[in-house]
Design a protein around this ligand. Structure first.
Ligand SMILES: C[S@@+](CC[C@H](N)C(=O)[O-])C[C@H]1O[C@@H](n2cnc3c(N)ncnc32)[C@H](O)[C@@H]1O
Length: 402
């Protein structure tokens, strides 16, 4: 609904980002997400006004003024579903909550085509299982950054997927406000009271009212055309002293035993990497996170790599168990990714399916032994005291973090 409101602003002439209505959006709207997520389109401008505190009355007047000037409507309700405006809003709502169907799967409709994997129940189920695998891989920890040492007022989970990480985090820290954002509205309704979800594109300008003490991004190598820009947005939105953390896969994969030269799995995975590269969202970026964090201004950047098998072929019990779960995850993962991605390379559905069958067979029969390095990298936004006194005196400017 928040995104819908932003779209709604586009239909109103003569608005700039400096105008009151934008400041209203920025400073007020995000304070009330539970209210807005329950509203119908025809209700929402008036319900926003109703929700405002007395000190926000100036913004309430601006909402009404903008509405009146744009539509010559001095009443506080819209014309109804027949008006052009109502139908514009309906299409905005549809673009958020409908799904695109292709290859027998559904995909996000908001910013259609941006993210390549489906968002249907099958994929949601996979993401939930993957959450358990990645968490167990980190010995049950949700975060490796030293967040226990700081006050966690606000936490953001960017590209939250089905939101299970955010749900568990909100449960663990009931006094922390947690927000999860994603292109797809695939998160559950029944969540802890300190958690809200928003449909949002992390590549758009970040308009959060609050700053965050911890920003978490997991399994996002597939997501951004310009990850460094997303990191810069995150830096600006981090409270000084707060942390950012990425948890992601390193590609290309490693192999425990040299795979056969004609391996279907190896061929398939290199086609997926090629397709991602061509689409301008290469999957090979995780090793660059540390550098981008430092460039953005984060300090104490720390990186850990943990290897996880894709298949139950490692010796120790934990790796064997996680490897078996992960194989299942990867079988569903390559089945989810391949149709759209090989489509882009000009493959027919039949050829893709044939290659998938062979690749899945190799995995399940453990004829190949792939493994993935998982990078966990975190950094801290500096506080004023971090910047040496001389540096501040020399150029006469404020330190970057404050
Ligand atoms: C592989 S899933 C990971 C989900 C979650 N972080 C997890 O670890 O379970 C990637 C998610 O990123 C979302 N996504 C992709 N591009 C995005 C963008 N530009 N802004 C916000 N979310 C995005 C997708 O919709 C998908 O739910």
């Amino acid at each position: 609904m928040i995104r819908a409101f932003r779209e709604y602003l586009k239909y109103i002439p003569n608005q700039t980002k400096e105008s009151g209505i934008y400041r209203f959006y920025n400073s007020v709207l995000r304070a009330f997400p539970p209210v807005f997520s329950k509203m119908t389109d025809t209700q929402f401008p008036d319900r926003i006004v109703e929700s405002l505190k007395p000190e926000q009355a100036v913004f309430a007047q601006e909402v009404q003024a903008v509405k009146s000037s744009a539509y010559g409507d001095s009443t506080s309700t819209f014309d109804g579903e027949d008006s052009d405006f109502a139908s514009s809003l309906t299409s905005v709502r549809s673009s958020l909550y409908n799904h695109v169907q292709e290859h027998g799967r559904t995909y996000h409709a908001y910013k259609d085509g941006k993210y390549v994997l489906p968002n249907d129940e099958k994929e949601q189920d996979r993401l939930d299982r993957q959450h358990q695998i990645l968490k167990q891989h980190l010995d049950g920890q949700l975060a490796l950054a030293p967040i226990e040492s700081i006050q966690l007022n606000n936490v953001l989970d960017v590209a939250t997927g089905t939101g299970l990480w955010a749900v568990e985090f909100a449960d663990k820290y009931p006094d922390t406000n947690v927000i999860g954002t994603d292109l797809s509205p695939i998160q559950p309704d029944m969540v802890p009271p300190n958690l809200t979800f928003e449909v949002d594109d992390a590549e758009d300008e970040w308009l959060f009212r609050q700053s965050f003490d911890y920003i978490h991004l997991r399994a996002v190598v597939t997501c951004f055309a310009n990850p460094a820009a997303v990191i810069r947005s995150a830096y600006a939105a981090t409270t000084p002293g707060g942390y950012i953390e990425f948890q992601d896969g390193v590609f290309p994969l490693q192999y425990g035993r040299t795979p056969p030269r004609d391996s279907a799995f190896v061929r398939l995975f290199s086609l997926l990497l090629e397709s991602a590269e061509r689409a301008g969202r290469p999957w090979t970026i995780a090793p660059r996170y540390s550098g981008w964090l430092r460039e953005a201004g984060f300090v104490d950047v720390t990186e850990e790599t943990r290897r996880i098998a894709i298949g139950p072929w490692m010796e120790d019990a934990k790796s064997k168990k996680l490897g078996a779960w992960n194989m299942d995850n990867w079988v569903d993962g390559i089945r989810a990714a391949a149709p759209r991605m090989l489509d882009r390379l000009g493959w027919t559905g039949e050829d893709t399916e044939a290659l998938l069958c062979l690749a899945v067979d190799e995995l399940v029969q453990t004829r190949i032994r792939p493994m993935m390095d998982m990078i966990v990298v975190w950094g801290r936004k500096p506080v004023a005291e971090d910047v040496p006194e001389e540096a501040r005196v020399q150029d006469g400017t404020e330190p970057k973090a404050v």
